[in-house]
Write a protein that binds this ligand. Structure first.
Ligand code: FAD
Length: 355
């Protein structure tokens, strides 16, 4: 390729400085060789998908950025009544895969329509939306294990999926991780095990059920779910659109806090509360932010502001620097901490440090 793209060009928040070396990898061998080479020479390495969950530093990245350019979907089993097993290279655009799944009647990802980025990044934080999580349909993930320097397939059990979490993400934040800011495991391909059906999985999310005019638990044609989800997401600025600054974001900037019973009881009675298992309660980060006084569109001096459509998205209004977004994130987090005593945890990977 000619020229090396900046992190601003490679990420959906559109901030971040120059990259030393950019490798667009057309095959698995190139990815592995690039990772091996970087590790052998102790060079910083960033494994990049669509850049939709990264806050990149203004200083840039003095290392190697590798991006999997492979696309495609290969089907191993179909039409047996046992469902379908589908293998997808990490570089495949996620929403392209969802569109194909809906068209083919492969059930279980229709509510994950419109999420930007690559398929290989989806197990990283167990992407989820509108009542579905990708972990429900992942059978295994083929990785390059940087610790053991070998290809290793991680089963669904190995992956230890949780709310916006997995072993892949945990390895990123492991104490003294020698690989920060990238995980120990480089995802090479994802295997999905999906039910073949002409309807969606049961609708679990009340807002989606209401939009579809059905009760929670009912099923409808998957294409209807996809259309409804895309419409809901567009209304919240959660589908990428170059002309809409509300989508110059990393999606939700904070995860929804999961609190123990005592901490949850201390929230105002009207705070949203959802059962998170083991006596814990999940509340809404968007609600906490709004109630702490940060309305839609709230901004500090500079070009970073909350989305005008959703308090949970930090956005670049054009010309923002990473430092503007970091300042805004810290202000919002401090405001919520002061008002509710709850510490918000960033969902995107903050390159070059922590908030
Ligand atoms: C408008 C918008 C809406 C969003 N909505 C949602 C949503 O509804 N639900 C949700 O869960 N997320 C959402 N996100 C966040 C984001 O899209 C997802 O987390 C997505 O899976 C990130 O994919 P990516 O390819 O862009 O990853 P990147 O941003 O490129 O990378 C994210 C992290 O994963 C690592 N990584 C990427 N590829 C690999 C690989 N092959 N192997 C190992 N590590 C890798 C990177 O090193 C980095 O640490 C949204 C983002 C935006 C901008």
């Amino acid at each position: 390729m000619t020229g090396t793209p900046s992190l601003a060009e490679l990420t959906t928040l559109r901030v971040g400085g120059p990259v030393h070396t950019f490798v667009a990898a057309a095959d698995q061998a190139t990815i592995i060789e690039t990772v091996r080479g970087a590790d052998a020479n102790s060079r910083p390495l960033l494994v990049l998908g669509g850049g939709s969950n990264i806050l990149a530093p203004d200083a840039g990245f003095d290392g190697i950025v590798v991006q999997d350019q492979r696309t495609g979907v290969s089907v191993q089993e179909a039409g047996t009544g046992q469902g379908v097993r589908v293998t997808v290279p990490a570089g495949q655009d996620w929403d392209g895969f969802v569109a194909r799944a809906v068209a083919e009647g492969w059930q279980g990802v229709e509510a994950l329509s419109g999420i930007p980025g690559s398929t290989g990044a989806t197990p990283m934080q167990n992407v989820g939306a509108y009542g579905q999580e990708v972990s429900e349909v992942i059978a295994a993930v083929r990785t390059w294990d940087r610790a053991e320097r070998r290809i290793r397939t991680l089963s669904r059990t190995d992956l230890a999926f949780g709310y916006r979490n997995s072993v892949l993400k945990e390895s990123l934040y492991a104490p003294d991780s020698p690989w920060f800011p990238t995980p120990r495991y480089v995802v090479l391909q994802v295997q999905f095990q999906m039910v073949q059906a002409d309807v969606s999985a049961p609708i679990r999310y009340a807002e989606l059920a209401k939009t579809l005019g059905v009760a929670v638990g009912e099923r409808v044609p998957a294409a209807q779910v996809r259309e409804a989800v895309l419409a809901l997401r567009r209304g919240k600025g959660m589908v990428l659109d170059a002309d809409d600054h509300d989508t110059w974001s990393a999606g939700s900037f904070f995860t929804n806090p999961i609190l123990d019973a005592a901490r949850a009881a201390a929230l105002p009675p009207q705070a949203p509360r959802f059962d998170a298992g083991q006596g814990r309660v999940k509340t809404s980060a968007a609600w906490l932010i709004a109630q702490a006084g940060f309305d839609k569109g709230y901004g500090l001096p500079g070009a970073a502001a909350l989305s005008t459509k959703h308090t949970l998205a930090l956005t670049n209004r054009g010309g923002a620097r990473a430092a503007d977004l970091v300042a805004l994130a810290r202000t919002v987090r401090a405001g919520v901490q002061e008002r509710f005593g709850v510490e918000l945890v960033p969902e995107p990977v903050v390159l070059g440090g922590r908030l």
